[in-house]
Each structure stands twice: as structure tokens, then as C-alpha cells.
Unconditional design. Sequence first.
Lengths: 263, 225
Amino acid sequence: MGLPLFDAQSDPGPSFVRFAEMAGLTLPPATSNLSAHATTVVAVRFADGVVMVADRQATSYYVANRDVRKIEAADRYTALAVSGSAARGLEFIRLAQLSFEHYEKMSDSALSLEGKANYLSPLIQRNNLTSTLVVLPLLAGWDLAHQRGRIFEYDGAGGCYERQDFSVIGSGSPFADSTLRLGFKPDLSREDALALAALAIYEAADNDPSTGGPDFVRNIFPMMVTLTSEGFRELDQDITASTFRSINDRRAESGGVAGGTLR
Amino acid sequence: MSNYFYVAPEQLIKDRAEFAQKGIARGRSIVAAIYDVGVVLVAENPSASLYKISEIYDRIAFAGVGKYNEFDRLREAGIRWADGTGYTYSREDVDARALANYYAQHLGDMFTEGQKPLEVEILVAQLGNKFRPTKLYRIAYEGTISDEADFAVLGGDAETIMGRFADLEVGHLTLAQTLQNAVSALAGPERELPVGDLEVGVLEDRGDRRTFARLEDEQIARLLT
């Protein structure tokens, strides 16, 4: 690639996607049904920010991958999770990460959280309305300007909606959503929010064959992330392991019965 | 009917060089130097928002003197080139030398073929790692590229400032020492530069992927005392 210089009329500005299209770096979407997908990711707002938990399994007709990272830091204060086509989803994360950084370097100021959320809308719209490889992301982050955690979810056509409580994406959504709906309270503590989000993923994995639960054989556990004024933090594996082990132990004790309580 | 006058190529080059030099000499200078664990870029810049120093990529920084709109367009092209290359291949494949060569080609083309030569002088700095060396590439208005071993000075008064800085900077010192030397070289014996007129950027490993940081006024003041 040569030095990408533009005159003032054709300059793509600080948008990496517009630049990539003009420079021919992105390919037009193609159509195929072959893809690994299915997922459950939850995001829950709590007093000091947002927690996110995601399963690790990529599924097609068989288990394609057991340790996929479905949540990534889009930048220091923002997390992006994806459900749907794995190939498109991971590419989507890469493009979003790069776009936010590109904007920051080009204009010497970071995009606002809402700006990031809106930037993704046309990308989702274009992908999902031109291809069967559907991607649905979930954006959560700490809003530096407004000093609070915020969650943005999307519909298949790219519509962007802010959620005040929690959001769920992926094939295990109905089960995770029910769990969150019963357990959610405004201003949860960090520990309670993490426990509730982990339980939601456990329920989803228990009921949805395409969502991976805790894997005690291979020591692979769902990813747990917090977004607070300290930024994006991924919890260490010993913490995710003990969280899911304790849910599993309680469930084993009751013979697999949730028992009508959130435990 | 228009008339064409013959101009000897020597004369043409000389006129163009003088034109570019005059434009560059109007602006203030920049010192870039390698210190013990990084690279520091110091500019005399009274503006707090129109930057001369900026981040290009994880380990690459850019500095420009001369006409702001001209070097800012080069800065933007550099960021696009780096992000585009890293997106197409891998972040590891983004190399300052390749970028410096593209800049040199473009400046050379503009010098000989453009309506007017670009009135800029730029610097591409790279912080080394296991795979690449720490480098300072200086690119002049006519496309001459030079690989500076320890430090580089850009701008109209480069020779004098370079002499002053070379006397002070012996080997690779700490950030504070190098910054102090750069500031006194930029100021000269008769002047004192206020912190508010300094723009400082560093490339240094802090455990993050991105190594560029802009120093705030308080940080600069602390390092200068």
C-alpha cells in the first residue's frame, strides 16, 4: 500500500471503515451458510459500572472451538462482545477496536461512549442486511464524561438501544434473560452482579446445547469482565473457576434443581 | 498565446529549495532524542491544541515542522498507512522504515513535480523491541531521508540547536536529563522557555501495546526541576 493521501473533498476523515473501503481493504460481503455460531453473553449494570460474562464455545454441527474469547476490550473503557457468525464476529471486533483507536489518533481525542455505540450501527446494518452471516454485538463501557456504566444492545438491522438494567445476546438468551429478570435489582454490588451474571450463563449453558458451560475437565470457564472507572478488567481464571464451581456444587447438592431460588 | 521561458534545471532546483527553506525557517524547531529507555520528542509550540508531535502506531511517533496544514496531512496519511497495514497483515508488520520511505518518495515527488515543494521537514521515530531497532528517520523537504543515530533536530535553526544539544547530551541519559538538555538547546543562552510553550511526546514501554504518551504541563515541569 502506498502513502494514502487524499485531497480535501475526498478525505475519509477519522473513520477507519470509510478509509478501508476507499483503499479497497475490505471485501464486499459474500453469502454462505457455513459458520460456527451460537453463544450467550450477558451484561449487567451495577452500582459502579457493568459486569459482563460470556461462554467460550463456538458451535456449528459440532463443537468447533472450546476457548473462544467472545468479549474483547474495544479500548481501555469499552468492551465489545459478539454473537452470531464467529468469523464475522471476530472480524467485527477487530474492525471496531481499530476504528476507535484510529479515530483517537487522527483527531487527538477519544470517541464518546455513545459515539462508539452509534458508529457500530451502520456496520451491523450493512453486514446483516447483505449476508446470512449475521452478527449481533453488545457494547458496554464506562462513560468517562457521565461517570457511569452503560450498556448498548442492537437489533438485526443495526438499531442501537441503551439498556438501563441488563442485556443478553446469543442463542441461550431466553434462559439467561429469565435468570437476570428474576435476580436483577438496581445498584447491585460488584459481587452480587458477578454472581448473578455467572448464574445466567450457567442456566443458559444448562438449557441451550450451543452454549458452553464451565468445562471442569479442560479447566475452561466462561469469561468474566468488569467495566468501571478503572477501565476494562478481566477476572483471573482462579476466580472464574471458583465462581462456577460453587454454582455447580450447589446445583449438584439439589440434584440439578434450581429450587425456585436464585442460587 | 502564452510564452514559455527556459529555466535551467539547476536554477529551478535552487529556487525551489530556497522557497522551501524559507517556509521551514519561519517555524520553530523540534528536538528528538533517544534516552536510556525510550524516545523523547520536544517541540517549541505555544499552541496547546495544534500539535506538531503525534502518535502514528504502537511504537511509532511523528513530528513535523513548517506549514501546519502540510505536515498534518502527512501525519494523517501516516496513521492511515499504519492502521491499514496492521489491519491487512499484523501489528508486528508495521515498520517505521517503510513509512519513512513513503514519506521521502512523496516529498521528493512534490519537490520536483508539484506546483510548489512542501514547506515541511518531518521525523518518524520508532521505539525498538526484539524485532526492530530504535530509530529516528529525518525526512527533508526535498525527500532526503537520513537515519539519525542518537538525536535529530528539525526546523530552521537546526544547525545551531544541534550544536548546543550535542555539547550537552553525552550518551543515552535519563528522560529528565535529555528533556532538560533539549529544552536548553531549543531556548539558547539568551532565552528561557516557559513550560506552556513546550510540547513533549515520548515513546516508552509501560506494559501497554501503545507506547506513545503526551506529557502534561505538570509532568514536564516536574522533569525540568
